[in-house]
Design a protein around this ligand. Structure first.
Ligand code: FAD
Length: 312
């Protein structure tokens, strides 16, 4: 165990974690924020954000830069790393990372958000980084002038396809069900590009290639036949799953592995452990709700720390 015991460790550098950090900084808590990256899903956002108050239209990257600048006004330590395990021994939380570091704290806020859902099909893992991607802003420019497929016909899939249409020759959107779930505005924008073809009732079976992706095989659920499209890249936008694997035993989960918390304080079943944002159970998963939960969790962590310090 390391010698230093932090008041608070925040896990995650998305809107929930950054807001918790701002609130903790203002309360002068000795805080460490451990995160794989800054911005979380917002930094991946390729089309403008139009529903965060105060900004009629702003890109995800710009908004997150503003969040980060605000956070860095406060005296908060930051560690870029991935948490692999959290345990609690005698009132102290131990946070272990993949680079074998261990940090100790009296309280923890989990704000680890959500990560892309895998398709679990042949070729997905093998061609990751060689044509398969979960991040269109990171990898889209590598496919200039090529043909690509986007798996998922929700808003995320359409936004990815619209972004890719600007760079590539042709974009297929494959959707499992018999209608797309993207909103009308995204559907209209996609149509205007003239480069996007939507394939409904398509179940992806395999991603094929040699060194790099060459094609995608899907089952046409209407005919039951397997079909192949020739593509150089496959972008997977099949929804998100909560990033909560490292918490086993400390919290209760619902059937989707989302953390169950108390509404007002964001407290979990383990005293001193709070959770905020998209990793939690909740209908509305947005930047503003993640920020709100981050603020509530930081307040509750402060209260918790006051109580345990009074009693010790
Ligand atoms: C394509 C897309 C478009 C969207 N558009 C909008 C929109 O227009 N308006 C809106 O309000 N919302 C939008 N959202 C939703 C919004 O992005 C999320 O609700 C919000 O980002 C949730 O914030 P969060 O902090 O809870 O989680 P996240 O943003 O997921 O951040 C989680 C953070 O935790 C880190 N992390 C995860 N696991 C670990 C670990 N084990 N160790 C350390 N760090 C870890 C991640 O690296 C990340 O920094 C969109 C989402 C997507 C995917």
């Amino acid at each position: 165990m390391t010698e230093k015991i932090w008041d608070l460790i925040i896990i995650g550098g998305g809107p929930a974690g950054i807001t918790a950090g701002i609130y903790a900084g203002r309360q002068k808590l000795k805080t460490l924020l451990v995160t794989k990256n800054f911005g979380g899903q917002v930094a991946e956002k390729v089309i403008k954000i139009e529903n965060y108050p105060g900004f009629e239209e702003i890109s995800g990257q710009e908004l997150i830069e503003k969040f980060k600048k605000h956070l860095l006004k406060y005296d908060i330590s930051i560690e870029i790393d991935e948490v692999k395990k959290v345990t609690k021994e005698d009132q102290i939380f131990i946070v272990e990372t993949v680079s074998q570091k261990k940090f100790s704290a009296l309280s923890v806020i989990v704000a680890s958000g959500a990560e892309p859902r895998r398709l679990n099909v042949k070729g997905e893992r093998e061609f990751l980084g060689r044509g398969v991607s979960y991040c269109v802003t990171c990898d889209g420019p590598l496919f200039r002038g090529k043909k690509v497929a986007v798996v998922g016909g929700g808003n995320a899939g359409f936004e990815a396809a619209i972004f890719l249409a600007d760079l590539t020759k042709k974009v297929y959107i494959l959707e499992f069900s018999d209608k797309v779930r993207a909103d009308k505005e995204n559907q209209e924008l996609a149509q205007k590009t003239g480069k996007i073809e939507v394939i409904l009732r398509a179940k992806v079976k395999e991603i094929k290639g040699e060194n790099f992706v060459k094609s995608l095989i899907y089952e046409d659920l209407s005919s039951g036949k397997e079909k192949e499209i020739l593509v150089d890249g496959v972008f997977i936008e099949a929804g998100r799953v909560p990033a909560t694997q490292f918490l086993k035993g400390l919290v209760d989960f619902n059937e989707r592995n989302e953390i169950l918390t108390e509404r007002e304080t964001m407290a979990t079943k383990t005293p001193g452990l709070f959770a905020a944002g998209d990793c939690n159970e909740g209908q509305v998963k947005q930047i503003i709700t993640a920020c709100g939960e981050g603020a509530k969790a930081a307040w509750a962590a402060y209260d918790y720390l006051q109580k345990i310090k009074l009693n010790s």
